[in-house]
Ligand binder design. Structure first.
Ligand code: NAP
Length: 275
């Protein structure tokens, strides 16, 4: 596979930055030397990343000046002070990829006072194991080449799907928060098996493989979940009895309501940070 020549500057050296750096390097699409990292003040963290991944660590000025793309990987509440600090070193049309949840491209553009090329990305925590479902949204001035680079970066940690920026709140509520919903479901299934006599280990193993198998079935067959579910149900059988309880307790509606609540919260948080 061809190694990218572009210089990637990552501002923020926390969890998500490390997941991206790990993915970029293990994919062999980016060399350690093509990645520059900076943060606010935690020198130990930079030393750790430099030792573990052999990336270069530096101050924000030289990072911005040397990088073809700047990845903004700090908390949403810190992003505007970073833009304020780095805008003097930024070049017009320089690519900026923000992973800060909820922050709109227009407000980053406005804060910089420059015609930047901005892409928003929403990965999820599974990026740590290279299985993120990442959504990216393209800003106005972004070229196809810059979009391709963003796809390459995030495909190092999982799948990448392009969406319109207006969909980013739904993405945050669905795939951003989604791993937590799945963990709740997994916990419920594991505890269900355990309370009925299986050991924790036995129940966990069976549940994890059941989930993997269901995902694989849906992926391999292309069938809808409801069709696959019907295939397991025989009249008066065990699955019908189990599903009846889920339906009585409004399982599907609860999950849909959870996604709606998280989406609304994403909108509210954005308003509180940007106002
Ligand atoms: N974690 C997730 O699952 C996830 C998923 C999707 C999107 N995101 C987004 O990813 C972003 C980062 O999340 P995280 O969990 O990686 O955060 P984190 O672990 O708290 O790391 C934040 C980093 O930002 C740095 N930072 C803060 N202010 C700075 C400044 N003024 N200049 C330079 N660096 C600064 C911090 O440096 P110091 O340590 O030196 O202060 C730290 O390295 C957030 O916006 C979040 O919304 C996270």
């Amino acid at each position: 596979m061809k190694m990218e020549k572009q210089q990637i500057g990552v501002i923020g050296a926390g969890n998500m930055a490390e997941a991206l750096i790990h993915g970029m390097i293990t994919s062999m699409r980016f060399s350690s030397q093509s990645i520059l990292v900076s943060n606010r003040s935690n020198r130990d963290r930079l030393a750790y990343l430099s030792k573990k991944y052999k990336v270069k660590t530096t101050d924000k000025k030289s990072l911005v000046e040397q990088s073809d793309v700047i990845v903004l990987a700090m908390k949403p509440q810190d992003i505007f002070s970073v833009i304020e600090e780095i805008k003097v070193w930024m070049r017009p049309n320089q690519l900026c990829i923000s992973i800060a949840a909820g922050i709109e491209m227009a407000s980053l553009q406005k804060a910089s006072g420059l015609e930047l090329s901005i892409i928003r990305a929403m990965p999820n925590t599974s990026a740590k194991v290279l299985c993120s479902a990442t959504a990216i949204a393209k800003g106005e001035n972004v070229t196809e080449e810059q979009m391709e680079l963003a796809r390459k970066i995030f495909s190092c940690v999982g799948t990448v799907r392009e969406v319109a920026e207006e969909q980013m709140d739904v993405v945050t509520g669905l795939s951003g928060s989604g791993p937590a919903y799945v963990y709740s479901f997994l916990e419920a299934m594991i505890d269900g098996g355990h309370h009925l006599g299986l050991s924790q280990k036995e129940s966990t193993e069976l549940v994890l493989q059941t989930l993997r198998g269901a995902i694989e079935m849906m992926t391999a067959t292309g069938m809808k979940p409801s069709e696959l579910s019907k295939q397991i149900c025989s009249p008066n059988g065990t699955t019908v009895a189990g599903l009846a309880v889920l339906n009585q307790n409004h399982f599907k509606e609860s999950v849909m309501e959870a996604i709606k609540a998280a989406t609304l919260r994403s909108k509210e948080l954005r308003k509180s940070i940007q106002s």
